[in-house]
Design a protein around this ligand. Structure first.
Ligand code: AGP
Length: 612
């Protein structure tokens, strides 16, 4: 979603601002812009399209100066065009503003300004901020911005510069992340620390209602009362190399291949042979409080929601605790009766998803203990939750989540083991689970060997218009995830269903042009899934089966009925989603490539959805 980068110092601002935008590309956007200052002159350059389009434009018409702001916009108010791209200027052209978030009362503010004779150039909500700052400006830019913030309803991360202040950059945050980067005789602001990689490792995360005031040689943070505060400076320990593609053609493919290592990182130091259990440092809940928990609510969006669904099966099987899984966008406005001892667990890669954050805040407001599984260190959700567990998947840049999903499921599995050991799992059962969980990275490494075969299958099916993904029990959420992967990057319509539910409607879609991907389990309901497969075959639907190795009888049966069979290593049912999801990720990847889609930056999507 939208990205902000600002710079003030002694170097040329343009390359820093453009490189920062390039680093934020993965978040998803549809236009980009920059404004720099040289004395009283403001240089504004904006382009619909990619940051490369903006860079080309800057090649023809550079933006000079040591001070400026830049932005990638994901359209909310008005289409993606040059005019609606940020920065936006005040009428006199002295003030430039970039903004992430949504100003909910912008139309009332706009009407009021128009009645006073102000002409608007764009359809954005952001432009009101530029005009209001000009109106409130009486020689003090910081004071003018502060006054305007009091008028805004909604969410914002903003950066503001003015030709009247060649040595000043002002930022503010409410509900949309902003981070200050501290350098030597130079300072930065960005919506995501990734933008600052290569420039500084020292950052300050702004809290809601705080402002930052940056000059080349100094910086300070103001709280809601306009008082200076002592801010904590964090050190970013991610290696900038992590965010590059290396030898891979796309971030998504690199991240699919990083899954074994990511899983190792998620497990490191968390499995205890001595206790036959798992350990987590940051839950901030003692064993007694956890034992008292009567119910969990897992809340998340998108892929993280699918991980939560796997977690529901895990918690109910191993910890014997009732779990409800709620879309965060629904939970935030519902008012479900929740017992006192309900723990709310938010699951999120970015830690910035607006709906998940709102659901977490609402749960806290009601007095529930909140936990979060987060990948991005020091993200807003990571900071606001009462306790939590980091996923340690490393930076996930591809918009389509892959390794974060695997680590979410792996952490949920270890949490289920931990909770189970407090309740009803014996030490023997605990030890067996530890052994099985530890085998995962190598099993996933082995699963990746299906790559070439999946690539061939993609060749055969990449022109279809619809696909079904069917699985049962633990493999049902994996089916949902496979369908989501396909639709988000290849734009093929795909639906995930519990395999048996297909008879209650979706089977009407089945014909010779609608393939079904069947996720076959190893035991339990394998026969039932095979019957569902037969029902599809009987109606002429092509079948791609993802089946476990090691059961000759089952293998023979699947081979005789399915059009394609990808054999994957066999794991106990509760770990099979982590294996089955690998061919599904690769299938979506190759189908998208063959259809000429931009795999890492699919249309209309954003890596972290920071608006409602
Ligand atoms: C996954 O491929 C998607 N891009 C999307 O569904 C994502 O999982 C969702 O927006 C939630 O994001 P989060 O995990 O950062 O909260």
């Amino acid at each position: 979603m939208c990205g902000i980068v600002g710079y003030i110092g002694k170097r040329e601002a343009e390359p820093i601002l453009v490189e920062g935008l390039r680093r934020l590309e993965y978040r998803g956007y549809d236009s980009a812009g920059i404004a720099t200052l040289t004395g009283p002159h403001l240089h504004l350059r904006k382009r619909a399209g990619r940051s490369a389009d903006l860079a080309r434009f800057l090649g023809e018409k550079p933006a000079p100066g040591h001070h400026g702001i830049s932005h990638t916009r994901w359209a909310t108010h008005g289409p993606a065009n040059d005019t609606n791209a940020h920065p936006h200027l005040s009428t006199d052209g002295s003030i430039a503003v970039v903004h992430n978030g949504v100003i909910e009362n912008y139309s009332a503010l706009k009407r009021q300004l128009q009645a006073e004779g102000i002409v608007f150039y764009s359809e954005t909500d952001t432009e009101v901020i530029a005009h209001l700052v000009e109106q409130h400006y009486k020689g003090d830019l910081v004071e003018a911005v502060r006054a305007v913030l009091n008028l805004l309803k909604g969410t914002y991360g903003i950066a503001v510069v003015s030709t009247n202040h060649p040595d000043l950059l002002v930022g503010a945050r409410l509900g949309s992340p902003l981070v200050v980067g501290i350098g030597e005789e130079e300072n930065f602001v960005a919506s995501d620390p990734t933008a600052l990689m290569g420039n500084t490792q020292r950052v300050v995360y702004l809290q809601d209602n705080q402002m930052c005031v940056l000059r080349p040689g100094n910086w300070h943070i103001l709280d809601a009362n306009h008082a200076r505060i002592d801010a904590t400076v964090h050190r970013i320990d991610w290696d900038p190399g992590d965010a590059e593609k290396g030898d891979f053609e796309h971030h998504m493919l690199k991240e699919i291949y990083e899954q074994p290592e990511a899983l190792e990182n998620a497990m490191r130091g968390r499995l205890s042979d001595e206790d036959c259990s798992a350990h987590f440092g940051g839950l901030n809940l003692d064993a007694c409080a956890l034992r008292r928990a009567e119910r969990f609510i897992f809340t998340a969006c998108g892929t993280s929601y699918h991980a939560a669904l796997v977690g529901e099966y895990l918690f109910e099987e191993f910890a014997r605790i009732p779990v409800e899984v709620e879309y965060a966008s629904e939970l935030r406005y519902r008012n479900p009766p929740m017992e006192r001892n309900t723990i709310v667990l938010a699951i999120t890669q970015s830690g910035e998803t607006a709906d998940t954050l709102a659901a977490l805040r609402e749960s806290k407001r009601k007095g529930h203990h909140t936990l979060a599984l987060c990948n991005v260190v020091s993200s807003t959700i990571a900071r606001e939750t009462d306790g939590g567990v980091y996923l340690h998947a490393g930076p996930e840049i591809g918009v389509a989540s892959t390794k974060a999903f695997s680590n979410q499921v792996a952490v949920l599995t270890m949490l289920a083991l931990y909770m189970g050991r407090m309740r009803n799992l014996s030490s023997l059962q605990g030890s067996r689970m530890i052994k099985e969980i530890r085998a995962l990275p190598d099993i996933v490494r082995r699963t990746l060997q299906c790559h070439d075969q999946v690539k061939e299958i993609a060749q055969k099916y990449h022109q279809v218009s619809n696909m079904l993904y069917l699985g049962r029990q633990y493999l049902f959420p994996a089916a949902l995830e496979g369908a989501l992967k396909l639709k988000e990057i290849s734009y093929i319509h795909a639906e995930g269903y519990p395999a048996a539910e297909m008879k209650h409607g979706p089977i009407a879609l089945v014909d010779e042009n609608t393939p079904s991907v069947f996720l076959i389990p190893s035991g339990g309901v394998a026969d039932k899934v095979m019957s569902n497969l037969e029902e599809i075959k009987a109606r002429g639907g092509p079948v791609i089966a993802i089946a476990p190795e090691g059961d000759d009888e089952l293998a023979k049966h699947v081979l005789s009925r399915a059009d394609e069979v990808v054999f994957v290593p066999q794991m106990p049912d509760y770990l099979q989603p982590l294996v089955a999801v690998v061919p599904l990720q690769l299938l979506a990847y190759h189908i998208a490539l063959l259809r000429g889609c931009d795999v890492d930056k699919p249309r209309n999507l954003a890596k972290s959805v920071t608006v409602e």
